[in-house]
Design a protein around this ligand. Structure first.
Ligand SMILES: NC(=O)C1=CN([C@@H]2O[C@H](COP(=O)(O)OP(=O)(O)OC[C@H]3O[C@@H](n4cnc5c(N)ncnc54)[C@H](O)[C@@H]3O)[C@@H](O)[C@H]2O)C=CC1
Ligand SMILES: CC(C)CC(=O)C(=O)O
Ligand SMILES: [Mg+2]
Length: 370
């Protein structure tokens, strides 16, 4: 299999975790005879610094010339005072819109080895296996008009628009129901239909789409109640379908099931080019120290093999390797608990997962050879 990947490491811990994802991809490429080609480009704060734009044209061109994009994170405190459309985050939002992927899949799977790292009781967290399907191109992050109201040179107000077109809800709902069909056949659609017109449209539209999937059960939940149940009863969820802002917030909250945002991966599908990125941001508080957890980025690379390259065996081998390394008691500092046998840094964690992966692949080869 030949796969051309545009790498956009970005800011803060982005480059640190992407290095480890690339290490895994190169290893699986060599082990399984796949031809993975990488082209690295700038995005975010580093792109503002070097090119004056958070998303240079050259970066976008490289993405469109690739089969998939693997992104680290964007954002840095020195750019926090820039207007929203000039910030590093604007580069990511523009990229998402340009690539066209509207369904952001964020799997949240509990790792048994992380029970002591989770603030949740083990009996609450154990067995949690959720797929958050977040609408990624609409809602508050993209709707117009937006802006500041300035009077006499002074900002006196600011506004954003929350708008959803029916087709935007329909297409992401289909992705959620199709995913649920392959899982435990339950969709929880999350909205705020007791207050917002957009949520009323969301609810009506999702209910209509659900009629095409009679084998999947549908429930509706208000976002505030969902936020609470996500940490009191995470096992009750299968697929959570929700709009852009709610999905952004709920997925960070779901990270506490495993104890760290560093473990969560994402895949954005439905557009011209698929985009893969860990759920976390650039984590300026730990950047440059070699301690960031690379599991979210490595698991994002696994999702890329699953969804874009259709290499299911390779994707699940990477996921098994992650689980084995955690089971063996290794943890980056964010996951450290009394059960940790050895605290490791970013590169060491990447190396351990790579070694576990090589063993898994070798073992299967030996099994099939006899
Ligand atoms: N997709 C993206 O590029 C995103 C970018 N951001 C940007 O990142 C910057 C920092 O935002 P924050 O709110 O601090 O969110 P963040 O996700 O960067 O960090 C939140 C907390 O989680 C920890 N954390 C995150 N990833 C980790 C990892 N891999 N290993 C260990 N610990 C990890 C951080 O140290 C921090 O304490 C901002 O500029 C923000 O706009 C935030 C979220 C997503
Ligand atoms: C533009 C990003 C900073 C939004 C975000 O937090 C995310 O997509 O998870
Ligand atoms: Mg977020």
């Amino acid at each position: 299999m030949k796969l051309k990947v545009a790498l956009l490491p970005g800011d803060g811990i982005g480059p640190e975790v992407i290095d480890e994802a690339v290490r895994i991809l190169k290893t699986i490429g060599e082990l399984c005879d796949h031809d993975f080609e990488f082209i690295e480009k700038l995005i975010g704060g580093v792109a503002i610094r070097d090119c004056g734009s958070p998303l240079p044209v050259e970066t976008l061109d490289a993405c469109f010339a690739s089969d998939a994009v693997l992104l680290g994170a964007v954002g840095a405190p020195r750019y926090d005072d820039l207007p929203p459309d000039k910030r590093p985050e604007a580069g990511l939002l523009t990229l998402r819109r340009a690539l066209g992927g509207y369904a952001n899949l964020r799997p949240v799977v509990f790792y048994d080895a992380l029970a002591p790292s989770s603030p949740l009781r083990p009996e609450t967290a154990r067995g949690a296996d959720i797929l958050i399907v977040r609408e990624l191109l609409g809602g508050l992050y993209f709707s117009e008009p937006r802006g500041f109201v300035v009077e006499a040179g002074k900002q006196i107000a600011a506004y954003n628009t929350l708008r959803y077109e029916t087709y935007e809800i329909e297409r992401v709902a289909h992705i959620a129901f199709q995913a649920a069909r392959q899982r435990r056949r339950k969709v929880t659609s999350v909205d705020k239909a007791n207050v917002l017109e957009t949520s009323q449209l969301w609810r009506e539209t999702v209910t209509r789409v659900a009629a095409s999937y009679p084998e999947v059960s549908l429930e509706h939940l208000y976002v505030d109640a969902c936020a609470m149940r996500l940490v009191t009863h995470p096992q009750r969820f299968d697929v959570i379908l929700t709009e852009n802002l709610f999905g952004d917030i709920l997925s960070d909250e779901a990270a506490v099931i495993n104890g760290s945002l560093g473990t969560l991966a994402s895949a954005t599908i439905g557009g011209a080019i698929d985009l893969y990125e860990p759920v976390h941001g650039s984590a300026p508080d730990i950047a440059g120290r070699g301690i960031a957890n690379p599991i979210g980025a490595i698991a994002s690379a696994a999702l890329m093999l699953r969804y874009t390259a259709h290499l299911e065996q390779e994707a699940s081998d990477i996921e098994t390797a992650i689980r084995q390394v955690l089971d063996a008691g290794y943890a980056t500092p964010d996951l450290q608990s009394e059960a940790t046998r050895c605290v490791v840094g970013t590169a060491e964690m990447g190396q351990l997962i790579t070694e576990a992966l090589a063993e898994i692949v070798d073992r299967r080869r030996a099994y099939h050879a006899v």
